[in-house]
Design a binder for this molecule. Structure first.
Ligand SMILES: Cc1cc2nc3c(=O)[nH]c(=O)nc-3n(C[C@H](O)[C@H](O)[C@H](O)COP(=O)(O)O)c2cc1C
Length: 198
């Protein structure tokens, strides 16, 4: 799918919850991160850093922190297994240790960085590029943030300095189980497009 049509790729990209064990080569990871770095950022500051995690023990611990983060959010219930059943929240709950690669996207802070609520604007274009590039190569991703309820522990685990913010953790691998790219659901464009005024 290397020469995939852009508009097909955009529609195929979706949050994958189960991953095949198939290897994802360093070259492929590099190609995807390179695409991420072509995103825009304020003043072209390019504040992004990408921690590419393959170490199984680190991924296992990140998975545990992810699940603890989910429990913080949702009460005491353990996360549910991946499913497409109606009514079940479409949340990543696969075993992170078994996902070939996990990418932690970070933002290096700067002194006059403006309002905090704009911080994400400097990084999520790169995150989207990353996910689209992966989809163009047939790889699945999922933007996750729930683990941020355990951010202190995540920062310590990955040795991230406090001049840096963690922004998104993205599993990366070929879709596994019955998961596949495409088939996402979106509102009809006529429900969200306005002309001249709201
Ligand atoms: C800001 C943001 C945070 C998200 N956090 C999580 C998360 O922590 N865990 C998860 O499984 N999915 C997370 N998602 C993925 C969304 O749930 C998913 O993209 C959405 O349900 C649409 O599904 P689709 O991408 O498969 O079409 C997040 C998405 C965004 C944009």
């Amino acid at each position: 799918m290397a020469d995939a049509n852009f508009f097909d790729v955009v529609r195929s990209q979706r949050g994958i919850r189960r991953y095949a064990p198939d290897e994802v080569s360093d070259d492929v990871v590099r190609q995807i991160i390179d695409a991420a770095t072509w995103a825009p950022s304020g003043s072209n500051r390019q504040p992004w850093h990408f921690i590419v995690i393959r170490d199984e023990e680190i991924k296992r611990q990140l998975g545990d922190l992810y699940k603890e983060g989910m429990m913080t959010l949702g009460g005491t219930k353990a996360p549910k297994p991946p499913t497409n059943e109606p009514g079940v929240p479409p949340i990543f709950s696969d075993d992170l240790a078994s996902v070939p690669v996990v990418v932690m996207v970070c933002l290096e802070k700067w002194p006059a960085r403006g309002r905090d609520n704009l911080l994400g604007a400097h990084i999520f274009p790169a995150v989207q590029n990353l996910m689209l590039a992966a989809a163009a190569l047939g790889l699945g991703t999922r933007l996750t943030t729930i683990w941020q309820h355990k951010n202190v522990e995540v920062m310590a685990l990955l040795g991230i300095p406090d001049t840096v913010e963690t922004m998104a953790m993205i599993p990366l691998g070929y879709p596994g189980g019955d998961e596949h790219l495409g088939g996402g659901k979106r509102k009809p464009i006529d429900d969200v497009m306005h002309f001249d005024r709201w």
